[in-house]
Design a protein around this ligand. Sequence first.
Ligand code: KG4
Ligand code: ZN
Length: 343
Amino acid sequence: MKGKDIIILGIESSCDETSAAVVVNGREILSNVISTQVKLHAEYGGVVPEIASRKHVESIIPVIDKACKEANIELEDVDAIGVTYGPGLVGALLVGIAAAKALAFTLGKPLIGVNHIDGHVCANYISHKQLEPPFVCLIASGGHSHIVNIVDYRKQIVLGRTRDDAAGEAFDKIARVLGLGYPGGPLVEKMAEQGDEQAFNFPRVNFKDSTYDFSFSGLKTAVINVVNQYRQKNETLPVADICASFQKAAVDVLVDHTMGAASVTGTQNVCIAGGVAANKFLRKNFEIACSKADIQLFYPPIKLCTDNAAMIASSAYFSYIENEFAPLNLNAVPGLKLGEKHF
Ligand code: KG4
Ligand code: ZN
């Protein structure tokens, strides 16, 4: 007999999107409301933490209300509340956590603490109903760049991580230096379409001791040096060529390291997740590499690559079925690592 459907309300406020979603059985979205603060932060060229917290406080209740209305449910209908408690900006996280705790307390429903990085992985379960672990996942976003062996829904082994900047952070910084705007990823991608990826040979960093780790700060510095040389000579910047060559260098290491990790684990499936997974050039290069290696590639639609609460509700569901609940004194853990539990 089929068990009862589990309805989770997910809440996400770790950075600059306030989001609430209602998801059934971890895979079916009833609603996924996202209130973005991008315009607010764009004039500063990046996320200003205090502004982010203040905007979350304004938006959180209307966003939760809208998510319930769009899903056509009452708050009493949910089986649990899942909320991101790290990693992220502390003041931003606290807003979502406080709202989730108040709801769990007043409704008498369980609270589930969700790791934001695992949320990104889970976006793939929503998009691909048949997908199950094990698989290797690249999570590349504004704050994280990880290669993870997803052994089971709740068991992740990190195989590689960035030692400095995250991949998305590098896209954002390059866009800022070139005066393209914020967030940089989509703007660099668009510019790169008209550029020559061979124009500049930017560095691809590999470590001998930890083959799958990343470093993007050297790449960023190399790009900035080229920009400065052009500016010093008062020459027109070849913006499209710089974007294309930078994007090629970043994508090369993301694909090479992930495929290396996949081959070592012997997995048949590779997933990509996080904001950078929205990049079409990255997707195309992964498709080519996976097809060569006879590996199946999965990625979410763009709306589920960037921050959203549906992925948080999905991750919460897999904790729910393992009875992994958080106490009502749950706190924000800005530096929360994948696989760690802080309650
Ligand atoms: O996952 P996300 O929404 O937030 C974090 O958890 O950080 O990722 C945002 C990051 C930003 O750095 C943004 O520039 C990058 O993802 N991004 C992209 C693209 N779309 C978003 N990077 C490259 N190409 C894109 N199309
Ligand atoms: Zn994220």
